[in-house]
Design a protein around this ligand. Structure first.
Ligand code: GLC
Ligand code: CA
Length: 556
């Protein structure tokens, strides 16, 4: 058996602090709100809490634009509040993971304020500055949040690179001083006692230094920057250095956010013997419903390709690297709306089925706030209700350039937009879902009256209780952590069937992804096996899967 590690045996819960719990009535979630809810998380059974950025920030991108890495955002509280959260978490044996955003800072970070002043400023080379090309941007790259990836700066008549918003200038990792500053920041938080880091877009930190134009497809506004920024020439050198200089000195959980990676790349970032990170988030399964306008599409995730991709990751990392398992995070729509059925009839069943499918796989599971309640996408009626800059900018870019109609864009935002994940956590059926006594910064999903934590905690049949049981099973059955994965019936159009095996123990997991009954006869060797969890109350029929049924057999 491969080496045992606590982070392999853990279940992580992600908190988006702005939307989790508001303790002082200003409509914005905060650190004291999180501290007040630690017992809820303990009861759920998770081990680690990853908190999206809480550092000082002008909030152009809700904290993913940091202006001081060693200070707490005023809306979220104070450093004392943070210290109290950390110690209260530790008292309960809960670990805290910080979100490190190191590809870029805020343009209001003192380093950038200095950097833009003059060519000879000591901070000039902390960022990526280029001369205009024929009076225009240095190359044809587009930013993630619409527009060019370059912003003109009058002070020195040069452009700076920002692959996200223009308020998120990219740091220049080629500069040794930058890297040293960043490692010192990590060390500072480790000394405080935090237990790990999620590293934002960490595979974008090393850029191809010639900054060439990207290939531009017909009908596209910008060239493709990915080949020049993703998994760049020095990225592994940088991460190994970070590991050697700081990460390796502590016992941490580290996970890199890496879009555009293959299992080959992941084996390097998170191989058991590569000394970089513990694991990465891959995005292949999250881009299966992309269309011509990228994520803005009404395409559905195709089922057989979904199974093949998830299985590819399971097989390829077996024995040499570790997967992170997720359906949701603060950038993704709600999974029950995306891949299940959020109608009154099937929301409950399909949420539980999706939870089963994910949490029984091999890897460290990440549960995003509200997923354990089966929270759904929200219908945003007009542009005024959206808050996310990605949405606001995309609307202008696509509509202005006549690439899509306004109503079409709103429809896409409702299906795929990030604000779906950012509506306030639904605690109870009181006003504003018990999230705030004030006016929430973003609308509450009106379905809080019947989807909320309070009504689920003591209901043994709720989505919450079901997740709790899934988590408990992972603690009880070692094969659910260390057992190898195998996909059965690869091309079945409706059922996702796989096994987990460790020594003589094996588990058979069957999930029906559709609302119709499907016949399936379980393999002979499981006939005597015990059903350890099932999302229908009565015993399953061994030859038939009901709508959205999920069932797990355990054989010792
Ligand atoms: C990551 C974050 C996302 C953020 C972006 C820029 O993808 O998850 O929320 O907008 O990086 O920091
Ligand atoms: Ca608050």
């Amino acid at each position: 058996m491969e080496e045992k590690k606590w982070w392999k045996e853990s279940v992580v819960y992600q908190i988006y602090p702005r939307s989790f719990m508001d303790s002082n009535g200003d409509g914005i979630g905060d650190l004291n709100g999180i501290t007040n809810k630690l017992d809820y998380l303990k009861d759920l059974g998770v081990d680690v809490i990853w908190i999206s950025p809480v550092y000082e920030s002008p909030n152009d991108d809700n904290g993913y634009d940091i202006s001081d890495y060693k200070a707490i955002m005023k809306e979220f509280g104070t450093m004392e509040d943070f210290d109290r959260l950390l110690s209260e978490a530790h008292k309960r044996n809960l670990k805290i993971v910080m979100d490190l955003v190191f590809n870029h800072t805020s343009d209001e970070h003192p380093w950038f304020v200095e950097s833009r002043k003059s060519l000879d400023n000591p901070y000039r080379d902390y960022y990526i500055w280029k001369n205009p090309k024929e009076g225009k941007e240095p190359n044809n790259w587009g930013s993630w949040f619409s527009g060019s990836a370059w912003e003109y700066s009058e002070e020195t008549d040069m452009y700076y690179l920002h692959i996200f918003s223009k308020k998120q200038p990219d740091l220049n990792w080629e500069n040794d001083k930058v890297r040293e500053e960043l490692y010192r920041i990590i060390d500072w938080w480790c000394k405080k006692g935090v237990d790990g880091f999620r590293m934002d877009v960490i595979n974008f930190i090393s850029k191809v230094q010639s900054f060439p134009d990207g290939q531009k497809e017909k009908g596209q506004l910008y060239g493709d920057k990915i080949p020049y920024i993703a998994n760049g020439p020095r990225v592994h050198e940088f991460l190994q250095e970070m590991n050697e200089k700081v990460l390796s000195k502590y016992d941490l959980i580290t996970v890199g956010e890496t879009t555009h990676v293959t299992p080959e790349d992941a084996k390097q970032y998170a191989g058991f013997d590569t000394q970089e990170l513990n694991m990465v988030f891959q995005f292949e399964h999250m881009t299966l419903d992309f269309g011509e306008l990228g994520k803005w599409s009404d395409k559905k995730i195709p089922f057989v390709p979904l199974k093949k991709i998830l299985s590819k990751w399971q097989y390829e990392l077996e024995g040499c690297g570790w997967n992170s398992l997720y359906w949701e995070n603060h950038d993704q729509p709600r999974i029950v709306s995306r891949l299940g059925d959020d109608s009154l009839k099937y929301r409950d069943l399909s949420s539980k089925m999706l939870g089963t499918c994910l949490l029984m796989m091999k890897g460290t599971p990440y549960i995003y706030q509200g997923q354990e309640l089966g929270m759904t996408n929200m219908e945003f009626k007009s542009m005024e209700d959206f808050r996310d800059l990605e949405i606001l900018n995309a609307y202008n870019e696509f509509v202005d350039n006549k690439l899509a109609e306004p109503e079409e864009m709103i429809r896409y935002f409702n299906l795929k937009g990030r604000d779906n994940a950012r509506t306030p956590m639904q605690w109870d059926d009181s006003e504003n879902a018990g999230f705030t006594k004030g006016t929430p910064w973003i609308k509450v999903n009106p379905n809080y009256t019947y989807i909320n934590a309070n009504s689920q905690i003591n209901d043994s049949n709720s989505v919450y209780s079901y997740y709790k049981e899934l988590i408990r099973l992972r603690k009880e059955i070692e094969a659910l952590v260390y057992g190898t994965y195998a996909l059965l019936e690869e091309n079945h159009e409706s059922l996702y069937i796989y096994t987990r095996t460790l020594g003589s123990t094996s588990l058979l997991i069957i999930c029906n992804f559709t609302e119709t009954e499907k016949s399936y006869t379980i393999p002979k060797e499981y006939e005597e096996a015990k059903v350890i969890i099932n999302n229908y109350r009565d015993r399953a029929n061994d030859n038939m899967l009901r709508p959205y049924e999920a069932i797990v057999y355990h054989k010792k």
